[in-house]
Design a protein around this ligand. Sequence first.
Ligand SMILES: Nc1ncnc2c1ncn2[C@@H]1O[C@H](COP(=O)(O)OP(=O)(O)OP(=O)(O)O)[C@@H](O)[C@H]1O
Ligand SMILES: [Mg+2]
Length: 141
Amino acid sequence: MIAIQRSYAVEKNDFTKAGEVSSNIKKIMKQVGVEPEIIRRVSVAAYESEMNIIIHSYGGTIDFMITPEYIKLVACDRGPGIENIELAMKKGYSTAPQNVREMGFGAGMGLPNIKRCSDEFIIESEYKSHTKLVLVFKQSM
Ligand SMILES: Nc1ncnc2c1ncn2[C@@H]1O[C@H](COP(=O)(O)OP(=O)(O)OP(=O)(O)O)[C@@H](O)[C@H]1O
Ligand SMILES: [Mg+2]
């Protein structure tokens, strides 16, 4: 049984809306009474996924689902894809441009944090095509 499902568009370089999707997801989790520790982990993963789409991609979507057993986030974008996933996953690796670093992003910690926060982490990327993250968080409701 699917309890709640939402789909959000995330636009390239739209810093005025940065964090809106993850805030919305956090609000829904609070409303339905998800455990605070899970809310924290899902919120971090949603925020970092949202920022990566804004900063590094041509735009994409974040799909969010809550069932009694798990919470799932799917972040998918229209490219340009990641050339070397292993490198991108390393703590401290970032290709963020100077102007984005000046806004406080570009520590190269987003993907490692997403992985750390999720119970299941799948990254799929094809260079010059797309990037997709599938993240699952187990619930003991
Ligand atoms: N959706 C994406 N599309 C294309 N490249 C990406 C995407 N997400 C991440 N990357 C690449 O992987 C690198 C590492 O991502 P990560 O989120 O760990 O760090 P960051 O975004 O550079 O900095 P931070 O998240 O700490 O602000 C990015 O700098 C970028 O090169
Ligand atoms: Mg990032």
